[in-house]
Design a protein around this ligand. Structure first.
Ligand code: PMV
Length: 329
């Protein structure tokens, strides 16, 4: 009745931005991401006595409000699947800054999904775990497996065909590097779930965003298959710009860009002109993530520091979410 899992976050190169179903977290378009090691979240779940309330601790604090609600939703889905009617205790710990432009929620809900299913005695199933993680946070469905994952948007109203699948394992392109450039540690003002809802509802560019992003997925897969970093980097940059343009066109406009973000993005372009193979992507926050290859990691880190990044986090392709023997309580 107790299990612990570890999962890595992921960074989308073709981003998810907008839900067609808010309750089930079903997206308007498919997305594609790279699982990021060494950053990880570890989560222990134990089912206790029937009727006990759920107790949820995230990074040393009792979870409240919508954070608690989202965890309970996932636990409820596991109780329904397994027929268990027991309260759960959950403790979760991440090793990277929260709300720093790189969602820790993806790793957290992936670890929760895997740990909770194992604690309930359910056999491992990446499809079911991905659907379960999605109920907590959309992007979490892409952290059940490692390497490159594609979240197929699906068309069913019940969301059973909306989950992520591994397209390439972490060993396909081990030289790939992603460097998180932290230009601001401030908590972002508009959470992604509010930002995407506002964008869907008010941006005149939204339909174009959906169509374009969907069409980029097969291209991204092809570039990854051929390890074409130039084409993949260009695709990642234009996809990030298009997501942010769609938000900037919302009413009122929504901008996640800060002066430090733009300074870094401009420096990345100059570095490329100087011969360093580096491209950026940007989630719903101020901190760009830089795409490069291992041979250029030091040069890219220097570029990020010169452009004002206070710190950087070096990441490489991560593996699947896994069960661990050691529990957090
Ligand atoms: O899953 P959420 O609610 O954290 O939303 C993630 C949205 C982006 O990070 C901006 C894009 C993505 O696909 O991860």
């Amino acid at each position: 009745m107790k299990a612990t899992a570890q999962a890595h976050p992921n960074i989308a190169l073709v981003k998810y931005w907008g839900k067609r179903d808010e309750a089930l977290i079903l997206p308007h378009q498919s997305s594609l991401s790279l699982t990021l090691a060494p950053l990880a979240v570890r989560t222990t779940v134990e089912f206790g006595a029937p009727g006990e309330p759920d107790r949820v601790e995230i990074n040393g604090r009792q979870a409240k409000g919508s954070d608690l609600d989202r965890v309970v939703r996932v636990l409820d889905a596991v109780r329904t699947e397994s027929g268990l009617e027991r309260g759960a205790q959950m403790v979760s710990r991440g090793d990277f800054p929260e709300a720093a432009g790189l969602a820790s929620s993806a790793a957290a809900f992936a670890a929760l999904a895997v740990a909770a299913r194992a604690a309930a005695g359910l056999a491992p199933d990446t499809r079911v775990a991905s659907i379960l993680a999605r109920l907590g946070s959309g992007s979490a469905c892409r952290s059940i497996q490692g390497g490159v994952c594609v979240w197929e948007r699906g068309t069913r109203a019940d969301g059973q065909d909306s989950f992520a699948r591994q397209a390439f394992s972490a060993t396909h392109w081990p030289e790939l590097r992603m460097l998180v450039a932290v230009v601001s540690r401030e908590e972002k003002e508009v959470k992604s779930r509010d930002g995407m809802r506002h964008t869907v509802e008010t941006s005149p560019y939204y339909a174009a965003w959906v169509k374009d992003a969907e069409a980029e997925i097969p291209r991204a897969l092809d570039f990854i298959a051929h390890k074409d970093i130039e084409a993949l980097g260009a695709l990642a940059e234009r996809n990030a710009w298009r997501m942010h343009c769609t938000s900037l066109a919302a009413d009122p406009p929504l901008s996640y860009l800060q002066p430090g973000t733009l300074a870094l993005i401009n420096r990345v372009r100059r570095a490329r002109e100087e011969g360093v193979p580096v491209w950026f992507t940007l989630d719903a926050g101020p901190n760009p993530v830089l795409l490069t290859l291992s041979a250029h990691e030091d040069a890219v880190e220097r570029v990020a520091r010169e452009a004002g990044a206070a710190s950087t986090v070096r990441c490489y392709p991560g593996g699947d979410a896994v069960l661990l023997r050691e529990h957090l309580f």
